[in-house]
Design a protein around this ligand. Structure first.
Ligand code: PMP
Ligand code: GLU
Length: 403
């Protein structure tokens, strides 16, 4: 390709970020499959289940009824009401319509929040391992993400003392998410209360990404940090969406609930970029939230069986230590014991090398831990069939034993 020349010079801002690694790996796995390679993908985290029929039918009905035009920028009232009812029912949180905004996926919601709140000089706390997009979303606003590294020995939980240490006069907000991507971390009420007390005392806005709320295992319970007190609620922006709970990744509906002035700013911001989220997808999300909820639980049970299986199988591989995630649909095994070893004629130095080797040698796609801030790990999404999990892990075992 010809050099684009000075007219095509890109902004400094875009140079600060990388393409989403999870989506890039998924795209690579798909391209290899299309080219005829038998790749098993543990790449992007999206439920392998089909979108429920009642949801599809609601969308089809809305097309037939001609509900295919612009809607209110921040989402239709019916959907806002369904979100308000959900937040009351599941999270004991009461909101008005003016405190809710619907966007094109939770990623978009987080992006909008960041752009109405952050600017240069602000620091935003991001406990690691973190979801790949948090840091880059912060960078795009000119603010600085401050990563607080947690330890596998602590179950990757953010400790109050570590939180306190990371706070400076510039700290504006924290992004927390549980069950977390990639480590499946859940917090107890007591742990959350301790963190919340510090955040409140230091005047830090909480961005609570609750997208994996419904995919939670064993005796863990999802408790919204915003539900502890009115004061905390007014300091928290709750983020959620239908992608994970209802197998609706492609529909692109996410939402935020929080203080009225922040929601109004997000709606204004959205009015100058995407306008409303897709009308048809809003009707589909409305049905997802208002319709029968049994499927959510059934999918959760299925994910738990897969988790039990993949954790056991990975831990049977000498050199791998795989913690037991408490939610979401990822495992985050420790693999550093393979670093410094020679595989396929090349010394493996880090998680990117190991992921590349496994794709090349074992035809298994997974995401390097470095993309989540922990280079000693790999991330595997087990939102795929039991059969493919079994086959894929066996391939990994062989490739690591024969290296
Ligand atoms: N938050 C987390 C932690 C995620 O893993 C994802 C991945 N999809 C999102 C937000 C965004 O979800 P979506 O944009 O599909 O609603
Ligand atoms: N959140 C999923 C993941 O972590 C989907 C891809 C993305 O948006 O990052 O794989």
């Amino acid at each position: 390709m010809k050099e684009p020349g000075v007219l095509h010079k890109l902004s400094r801002r875009i140079g600060l970020i990388k393409p989403s690694p999870t989506l890039a790996i998924q795209a690579k796995a798909n391209a290899l499959k299309a080219a005829g390679r038998d790749v098993i993908s543990f790449g992007a985290g999206e439920p392998d289940f089909d979108t429920p029929d009642n949801v599809k039918e609601a969308a089809i009905a809305s097309i037939k009824a001609g509900f295919t035009k612009y809607t209110a920028v921040g989402g239709i009232d019916d959907l806002k009401d369904a979100i308000i009812a959900k937040l009351k029912r599941d999270n004991q949180l009461a909101y008005e319509r003016s405190q809710v905004v619907v966007s094109a996926g939770a990623k978009h919601t987080l992006f909008n929040i960041a752009h109405v709140l952050f600017e240069e000089g602000d620091e935003v706390l991001v406990p690691s391992p973190y979801w790949v997009s948090y840091t880059d979303i912060v960078y795009l606003t000119g603010a600085t993400p401050v990563v607080i590294k947690t330890r596998m020995e602590d179950g990757f939980k953010l400790k109050p003392a570590e939180l306190e240490k990371a706070i400076t006069p510039r700290t504006k907000a924290i992004v927390i998410s549980y069950p977390s991507n990639p480590a499946g971390v859940c917090y107890t009420r007591k742990e959350l209360e301790e963190l919340a007390a510090i955040l409140l005392r230091r005047g830090i806005i909480i961005i609570s990404d609750d997208i994996y709320e419904k995919i939670i295992y064993d005796d863990n319970q999802f408790i919204s940090i915003a539900s502890f007190s009115e004061e905390l609620k007014s300091n928290t922006i709750v983020v959620n969406g239908v992608s994970k709970s209802y197998a609706m990744t492609g529909w692109r509906i996410g939402y935020a609930a929080g203080p009225e002035n922040i929601i109004a700013a997000m709606t204004k911001y959205q009015s100058q970029n995407t306008s409303n989220p897709t009308s048809i997808a809003q009707k589909a999300a409305l049905e997802a939230l208002n319709g029968p909820q049994e499927g959510v639980l059934a999918r959760g049970r299925e994910f738990q069986q897969r988790r039990d299986f993949i954790v056991r199988k990975l831990n049977e591989i000498p050199g791998i230590a795989c913690p037991n995630p408490q939610g979401a649909f990822y495992v985050f095994p420790h693999v550093a014991s393979f670093y410094g070893k020679r595989f396929g004629g090349k010394v493996i130095e880090n998680s990117s090398d190991l992921a590349a080797y496994l794709l090349e040698e074992a035809n298994v796609a997974l995401v390097p831990g470095a993309d989540f801030g922990h280079d000693d790990h790999l991330r595997l999404s087990y939102a795929t069939s039991m059969e493919l999990i079994e086959k894929g892990v066996e391939r990994i075992r062989k490739a690591l034993l024969n290296g």
